[in-house]
Design a protein around this ligand. Structure first.
Ligand code: SF4
Ligand code: SF4
Length: 395
């Protein structure tokens, strides 16, 4: 690297460090640390953390089982030391829990399983149906219990906590030994983590947290962690679009590993759940366990941020929604497109999109001047991206 390039690089790194607020989190790799490219032997989890005050200890790199097609991948992850597995009633239309059950039934007592159920508060919900849904999940999981049962995709905890039918059902499930701990997953951590501080229902939380949209919720993650709530991070790859960005290939460090190391450099995060869809995912992600965020990994993160800045629709962002005269759910549509284009979840993304209320889809965008683009603080070309998203999600 020439002297001026080197200076530019260092300046960029320094400004990125400031923007990321991670100056105190950068650490050098110990001598002899595992290479990013793996080796002849399978990688192993190097670090386990307490999951809040549950008494459970979880691998720092854990498994999101959202788009899994081979249950033995989970068994391999377990052999590599992963002991926390996250699924949901709706993943792969019920098949997600089936794969988890098939892959882990023989090691059930050695692993921690979380499953999640969404609740539509516009509908009447009764206690018996909540219990039945959990029992159906247990059948698919081939287990008598789940370690953590979460309400899925909670934007506001109030309707959940005020629903006596759901609360009573979870109490019963705990008494019966079918659920050990409860919690919720959320894309709206700014509100829900605050609310979690005032309830005992939240023993574990699953929050969206990555290097592009996590900074503002760090004080809340810290607060819930201090209360003894287990903290699990999801969507840690910030869109996972590295395959479509220039200069993201490096012999020194892989972007997914850098993103994992960034998330885990926050000591208030107990574990993270990248999606393990293949054996190669297991090897790549597990190899990031226990490794500090060093300068090479941080440089990779900064390159990604620079290139994805005006491409990545922040999942927790709602800034442009009020500018739209047609009430389009911009963030949801672009999230489904992200699942389609970057997560390898084409069918699921199309199914999610098909289930959206027609009135929230970008059907009138063609005739609109694009108020949402002016409202987006990140400079996304929102209108063409919405039109493109509709095309791919309905093809
Ligand atoms: S292009 Fe217009 S109609 Fe479409 S989301 Fe943006 S503001 Fe709404
Ligand atoms: S398009 Fe921009 S403003 Fe709208 S939700 Fe995405 S990131 Fe936020």
């Amino acid at each position: 690297m020439s002297r001026s390039n080197r200076r530019n690089f260092i300046a960029t790194l320094a400004s990125g460090v400031v923007g990321l607020g991670v100056a105190g989190r950068i650490k050098a790799e110990p001598a002899g640390a595992r290479s990013d490219q793996g080796g002849p032997s399978a990688p192993k989890i190097k670090k386990f953390n307490p999951l809040g005050k549950t008494g459970l200890k979880v691998s720092d790199v854990s498994c999101g089982a959202i788009s899994l097609f081979e249950s033995n991948v989970l068994r391999y992850a377990h052999e590599c030391g992963v002991n926390y597995f996250d699924t949901a009633e709706g993943y792969l239309r019920g098949k997600g829990e089936v794969y988890v059950g098939q892959g882990l039934k023989e090691v059930r007592d050695k692993v921690i399983i979380t499953t999640k159920h969404p609740y539509d508060f516009r509908q009447k919900i009764d206690r018996a149906s909540v219990i039945k849904r959990m029992e159906d999940s247990l059948k698919r999981l081939q287990s008598d219990y789940v370690d953590v049962a979460m309400a899925h995709g909670v934007g506001d905890l109030s309707p959940l906590l005020n629903n006596q039918e759901i609360m009573s059902a979870y109490d019963q499930l705990k008494k019966d030994g079918k659920v050990r701990f409860t919690g919720f997953s959320t894309h709206n951590a700014k509100l829900t983590l605050k609310q979690a501080l005032d309830t005992d229902f939240a023993q574990v939380v699953l929050v969206m947290y990555n290097h592009m949209e996590g900074k503002e919720i760090e004080p809340l993650i810290k607060a819930v962690r201090e209360k003894g709530i287990g903290t699990v991070a999801m969507k840690i790859f910030a869109g996972g679009m590295q395959g479509n960005l220039k200069s993201m290939v490096s012999p020194e460090v892989s972007y997914p590993q850098a993103a994992i190391r960034w998330v885990l450099s926050n000591p208030d995060v107990d574990t993270c759940i990248p999606t393990f869809s293949s054996y190669s995912h297991v090897e790549e992600y597990v190899a990031a366990s226990g490794r500090p965020l060093d300068r090479a990994a941080l440089a990779m993160i900064i390159r990604y941020r620079q290139q994805a800045h005006n491409l990545y629709c922040r999942v927790s962002c709602t800034e442009c929604l009020s500018s739209c005269p047609n009430n389009v759910a911009v963030n949801d549509v672009l999230r489904y497109a992200m699942y389609f284009e970057h997560y390898g979840m084409e069918k699921e993304a199309m199914a999610y999109y098909a289930e959206m209320e027609p009135g929230r889809k970008p059907l009138g965008c063609g005739d609109c001047s694009g108020h949402c683009e002016k409202a987006c603080p990140y400079g996304l070309k929102v209108k063409p991206r919405l039109l493109h998203s509709h095309d791919i999600l309905t093809a």
